[in-house]
Design a protein. Structure first.
Length: 638
């Protein structure tokens, strides 16, 4: 065993899941990151850049991804015009622990990888961030929802050998260290010329230090998720003016159709407390779609009662403001379409039924509606920092159920894929950046993106920047990164343990313009978190920040360094995490930049001996057990 550097368990890794049924609109997500400006004003598409998708495969027959639009199972039409290379490492029937049966056709029988691919670079009815890229497709799942870490590493190695410039992994194992193999391998990939982008994870309820591998890797771009500013819902229309009504399809019921007109009926009114709870007479709703108000009994009971009365479908409307996300799973099964709509839309339809004969028509239309939590970090997005106290995540982008491409067999663009979907936004952004600046070193890409990112507040009523160890440098700003004439290195300051009154680190500003610039330096405070790892307490505890020079003069084409001294708030308890943003404002009128920082108050070794760990937690063993070695194996292809 003398030549063995470390031994790690092979982790089983699940796809993220979410049953909300709400689909944030890809078009508004592109607005949030400036991808629309990069495409339409700067003329960028990612042309010439190769992006590897390590996921469930891709429906390369999909017309938005360069295919001919014909649905095929395990399609042999590979490689295609845009999916230039790739491999199925496991076979459709594979599950972790089984013997892989690989083949040459990485066709997607799950849907997640096609959804990710569309966000990166769809070009058709759906347009992604970088519609001109070409793909490498590396399928590491069967048709199920789990893969294994050793399979992921094989895919990383092949992507490197195939010359991918960027790889995206919207998957990962929570509560890992940078030394875990899927994270450690990425460092070698970046050092050998590839940009690696991965999801920070969707384990926001676990607590701090929950970042996933591979995103927790030292040189990976780890991406947090923001809620989109608008949501996209499928829609039906109502007579007599074809009024469009957005809906959420109920889980446990058949997928609503794209066509068909039905007479509407109702079993109550907007004042009914127990609408639909009593069984209507058999045959009384035959062939009709029935409107039923939420309340008293469960959604399943209302739906099965309507079905037993002969209904052809059910529209459930809320009894309070906001969306309703119904589930009608039960036995016997509900076999008719069931959808949920808002209270306001329910009242409108009820009034039309009361006024006379009314019909509804299923359509393939969709409707975009404002999202109240838009622009703020998603509740599911994983908290950092990394367990070695490095700043993680690194940056954020729109996530959640982004409406994008799915396999033709699943409806082509009717998404049910789950969060997080922020990572492919950044992978597409990297392609645009590399198209605009093709000689950018992979090790510099993350700094460039972080410098121009835009920190967002903690919430609509909390005028304080969200935590660095939750949103990283902030929302991705693609035009800002492409047009930047200055660079801060490093792009983030991981301050580590701070036992004394303060800590000092430095960064360098490079002025890539043709004129001298003075940079004014400042500090924006951010939400801190208290010492409890598993029950996160957020608080305002601003740090004091001073600089060795301010402003900092940097001549044209030159660079200069500055020391930054951060003094944590005196009232902050030991084992808390403090953070903020260093503001960098050039005097030439060009946009501001920022450098995020985060540190740990006290000595972390005492915190790790805390009795707070959950009993029998496999995640805890994975999280702390991986600390036994920090040796980094290189990919075999590197």
């Amino acid at each position: 065993m003398q030549n063995v550097g470390a031994i790690y368990p092979v982790m089983e890794i699940d796809l993220p899941t979410d049953d909300s049924g709400i689909e944030p609109e890809l078009a508004t997500a592109l607005q949030m990151t400036g991808a629309d400006v990069a495409q339409n004003t700067l003329g960028l598409s990612g042309a010439g850049v190769k992006v590897g998708i390590i996921d469930t495969g891709q429906d390369y027959d999909h017309p938005d991804l360069g295919g001919d639009g014909v649905a095929r199972t395990n399609s042999p039409n590979f490689p295609s015009s845009r999916a230039l290379t790739g491999y199925d490492f496991v076979g459709d029937a594979w599950t972790p622990g089984a013997v892989p049966v690989p083949d040459a056709y990485p066709d997607d029988c799950n849907g997640h990888g096609t959804h990710v691919s569309g966000i990166v670079g769809a070009n058709g009815s759906i347009k992604g961030v970088a519609p001109g890229v070409t793909f490498g497709v590396y399928k590491v799942f069967g048709c199920g929802t789990s893969t294994a870490s050793d399979v992921m590493i094989q895919a990383m190695e092949m992507a490197f050998a195939d010359g991918m410039q960027v790889i995206n992994m919207s998957i990962g194992a929570a509560l890992q260290w940078p030394s875990y193999p899927t994270a450690a391998a990425t460092k070698s990939l970046v050092d050998h010329g590839m940009v690696v982008v991965a999801s920070a994870g969707n384990d926001g309820t676990i607590g701090l230090y929950a970042s996933a591998a591979p995103a927790v890797g030292e040189k990976v771009i780890s991406v947090a998720s923001y809620d989109n500013i608008a949501t996209n819902q499928s829609a039906f229309t109502v007579s007599a003016d074809d009024h469009v009504v957005g809906y959420n399809a109920a889980t446990g019921a058949p997928t609503p159709p794209f066509s068909g007109t039905f007479t509407l009926d109702r079993t109550g009114t907007p004042s009914s407390a127990a609408d639909g709870c009593a069984a209507p007479a058999p045959g009384s709703l035959a062939g009709k779609v029935v409107l039923i108000r939420r309340g008293t009994c469960g959604f399943y009971q209302k739906a099965i009662n309507a079905q037993n009365a002969g209904a052809a479908g059910v529209i459930l409307y809320n009894n309070v403001a906001g969306q309703v996300l119904p589930s009608v799973a039960g036995s016997p099964a509900v076999t008719i379409p069931v959808v949920g709509i808002t209270a306001a839309d329910g009242a409108l339809i009820n009034a039309r039924i009361a006024a006379g004969a009314t019909t509804m028509t299923w359509t393939n239309q969709s409707v975009s509606i404002p999202n109240g939590s838009g622009g703020f970090i998603s509740s599911f997005s994983s908290w950092g920092p990394s367990p070695d106290l490095s700043v993680k995540p690194d940056i954020g982008a729109p996530g959640g159920l982004i409406r994008s491409s799915v396999p033709i067999e699943q409806g082509a663009t009717r998404s049910s894929a789950a969060p997080p979907m922020s990572s492919p936004h950044v992978a597409g952004a990297v392609a645009l950046l590399l198209e605009a600046h093709p000689n950018t070193p992979p090790n510099a890409v993350r700094d460039i993106l972080q410098n121009s990112a835009d920190p967002h507040n903690f919430g609509p009523t909390v005028p304080i920047a969200d935590a660095v160890h939750r949103q990283g440098a902030g929302m991705l700003d693609i035009p800002g990164a492409v047009l930047a004439n200055s660079r801060m290195v490093p792009g983030k300051l991981s301050l580590g343990e701070v036992e004394g009154a303060s800590v000092t680190q430095s960064f360098t500003i490079s002025n890539n313009s043709d004129h001298d610039i003075n940079y004014a330096l400042g500090n924006t405070s951010a939400i801190a978190t208290g010492p409890n790892t598993f029950s996160i307490g957020v608080l305002s505890a601003p740090s004091a920040v001073s600089f060795s020079a301010n402003p900092l003069f940097v001549p044209a084409g030159g660079s200069a360094s500055v020391d930054v001294t951060v003094t944590p708030n005196a009232g902050l308890a030991n084992h808390s995490v403090f953070d903020g943003y260093i503001d960098v404002t050039p005097d030439d009128g060009s946009p501001d930049y920022s450098v995020p920082y985060a540190g740990f108050r006290g000595t972390i070794s005492r915190s790790w001996r805390s009795p707070r760990r959950p009993t029998g937690s496999r995640g805890w063993r994975s999280r702390w057990g991986a600390a036994c070695s920090s040796r980094t194996p290189a990919p075999r292809s590197a």
